[in-house]
Design a protein around this ligand. Sequence first.
Ligand code: ADP
Ligand code: MG
Length: 260
Amino acid sequence: MTGAPLIEIRDADVVRDGRTILYVDDLTFREGEHVAVLGPNGAGKSTLVGLITRDVLPLTREVAPVLLRGQARWDLFAARRVFGVVSDTLQDHYRRDVTVADVVISGFFGSIGLYRRDEVTTSMAERAEALLDFLDIAHLAGRTMRTLSTGEARRALIGRALVHEPALLVLDEPTHGLDPAGTYRFLTTLRKIADAGCALVIITHHVSDIVPEVTRVVMLKDGRVFRDGEKHALLTDDSLAGLYGMPAEVEERGGWYRLW
Ligand code: ADP
Ligand code: MG
């Protein structure tokens, strides 16, 4: 079940050092649709995230390269209702003495945990508390980010992204740095977020990060969309071998995938 377009990317050409590092002809993420963006290192996955957040600007065209809910122009607050992003880059910014509760609340201000205490309303505090519960990190509320494991810190950043109740959560390499148990718990949390009605875009090079809720796969290769379609049609030996440039055998078990 998928709905209205949330993010539409059209004819977006990102050039660095005279080379197109990402070209997207036509790519849409929709309300309630869970998508995995799969591709090897250097495929352009993080550049795609940058396009969405506007940290990366494509070549100028007559048509706007990125539409949010059909709009070419939007302010930051409108954007935060459409999508939240969690990435390693963001996590690097947070290796400091900010508490988990403050990290989540900082989402309201778009800051890295710096705001005046008196600006925090009761409803903000309540929302943050509910999110800490939802993400199973209520017991960590007073701990500083530096003292957390990678998985715990990433949960805090998800909380930060979810304060505005975005329609879509974009996760760039969400299981990077997590051990098997940490990965399992983290993916279980992503499933819970999907169940709560938030669309997921999981960006990864591991097919094992594709939670069963994902129905569509977008494959990126050499800065281009290599394939885009229904999960079962795309997660085949042939297309994965083509994507990664190596022999590939994919196995599905109970909605999860492994690559051999
Ligand atoms: P991925 O996230 O899929 O690993 P990236 O989007 O980070 O890939 O990068 C795609 C390609 O673009 C890589 O080859 C990378 O080296 C290159 N690239 C990214 N940013 C820049 C930049 N600012 N200048 C030059 N090349 C870049
Ligand atoms: Mg990347």
